[in-house]
Design a protein around this ligand. Structure first.
Ligand code: UGA
Length: 425
């Protein structure tokens, strides 16, 4: 089975390389020539360690080929996966320009029976638009949402929690059944709308779970409770589950915030209010302000105060800055007149190009030097292993606001820090 993957982001590469590992011949196309050149040379355009290693192995075994010419790439493809980004506008609508363009390119360049799989996250409106562009009888359409997490992209694709296929087309269904036959995972074959809603409901539920625990953490802060114990006590109920109950400054990234806003906007157009999901988004948009409040509580005016922000990527283990909560904190602090120094283990290089501040570095000691306070904005586990005694001796002040509740507050207090988490005693 000849497979073409369109779009070489996390989803496209993880999908294609997983299929190559399973023994398929996989071609990749992307309109971004720089990315294709990098990939031809065995380099990923982003940080994802396991994917990096398997990319090189797949190139060596000649199981993957990269193209920047669409016509050549699609020529003998039997199954085409659409994996391009579907970003949203400020008002929550999908910017479907790229995905619709891909559909038009397929229509223009492809003849003969082809199964076309929408792997990108699309709402029913975008799905219908793609369907009408690809209405030819030779095109057999399916929706196959992905559930991979950045940082675990390959593992999540090779060993998914579930495989969901939504299609009304017999050939598409049979082809995808065969394609995924060697994947050991529960499989759900359903209609396209249900498959689409499984994806949106999944990310929205995760968003709700995080905003829920953040709301309880805000109450716990006020009342003097300990959110770690509260989350543990809550999560031990198997009906609730312990995952995604880590309180903090809110969720970021290219998926949760986008999908929650997009489905609320789309549902509203159909006359349905998704009040719970909407509330989760709205709480998330302001949850980061807890850090600003706490800084002001200890430092008074932030004008002229030197503040280190530790963590720039939207979560630990990635260099992805998209929708990172750190940047909301950074812009509020700038507006308040603070002097900023920024740290990240990986994303500091990308961040350096984006923000002009006193210092952006991957050296936490250099960043901490002479600062009044440190804000932890990303859950990099590596922060646990830094020498906090040394950091304390380098700082001017002694305040740590741990926006991700990852450090050991008791230990830091012993060293002489004033420590504040989110909802933590
Ligand atoms: C998310 C979903 O977890 C994947 O299942 C989904 O496939 C993917 O979106 C997608 O739609 O492509 P990802 O964006 O990689 O994956 O990030 P998550 O691990 O879900 O984290 C999202 C944000 O929530 C991060 O900012 C993280 O710090 C935050 N978070 C997560 C919390 O604040 N608390 C938690 O308990 C968990």
């Amino acid at each position: 089975m000849n497979i073409l993957i369109i779009g070489v982001g996390y989803v496209g590469l993880a999908t294609g390389i997983s299929l190559a590992i399973k023994g398929y011949n996989v071609r990749f196309y992307d309109k971004n020539k720089e990315k294709i050149t990098l990939l031809k040379n065995g380099k990923l355009p982003f940080f994802e360690p396991k994917l990096q290693k398997t990319l090189i192995e797949s190139l060596n075994d000649k199981r993957v080929i990269f193209f920047d010419n669409f016509k050549e790439a699609i020529a003998n493809a039997e199954v085409v996966f659409i994996c391009v980004g579907t970003p949203i506008f400020k008002n929550g609508d999908t910017n479907s320009k790229d995905i619709e363009k891909v559909a038009m390119e397929i229509k223009k360049n492809k003849q003969g029976k082809t199964v076309i799989v929408i792997r990108s996250t699309v709402n029913p409106k975008v799905y219908n638009s793609i369907k009408s562009i690809l209405s030819d009888k030779d095109f057999h359409l399916a929706v196959n949402p992905e559930f991979l997490r950045e940082g675990k992209a390959l593992d999540d694709t090779l060993n998914p929690s579930r495989i969901v296929v939504g299609t009304d087309d017999k050939l598409a269904k049979e082809t995808l059944k065969k394609l995924y036959s060697s994947f050991d995972a529960p499989k759900i074959f359903t209609d396209p709308i249900s498959a689409i809603l499984i994806k949106y409901a999944s990310n929205s539920f995760l968003a709700v779970k995080i905003s829920f625990i953040n709301e309880i953490a805000n109450l716990s802060d006020k009342l003097g409770g300990n959110i770690d114990d509260i989350a543990k006590g809550l999560g031990l109920d198997p009906r609730i589950g312990k995952d995604f109950l880590k309180a903090g400054i809110g969720f970021g990234g290219s998926c949760l915030p986008k999908d929650a806003k997009n489905i609320v906007k789309y549902a509203k157009e159909t006359g349905i209010n998704l009040d719970i999901i909407d509330a989760a988004s709205k709480l998330n948009d302001k949850q980061y302000k807890v850090v600003i409040r706490k800084l002001k509580q200890y430092l008074g005016s932030l004008n002229g105060k030197k503040i280190a922000v530790f963590g720039l990527s939207f979560k630990g283990g990635t260099d992805d800055l998209r929708n990172s909560v750190s940047f909301r904190i950074i812009s509020d602090l700038r507006r308040a007149g603070a002097i900023l120094k920024l740290h990240d283990y990986l994303a500091w290089i990308k961040a350096k190009e984006l923000v002009k501040v006193t210092l952006v570095s991957n050296d936490p000691y250099l960043v901490a030097e002479d600062t009044d306070a440190i804000v932890i904005a990303t859950d990099w586990n590596e922060y646990l292993n830094e020498d906090w005694k040394k950091i304390k001796s380098l700082m001017k002040g002694n305040l740590i606001i741990d926006g991700r509740n990852i450090l050991d507050g008791g230990l830091l207090k012993k060293i002489g820090f004033t420590y504040e988490g989110i909802g933590r005693k």
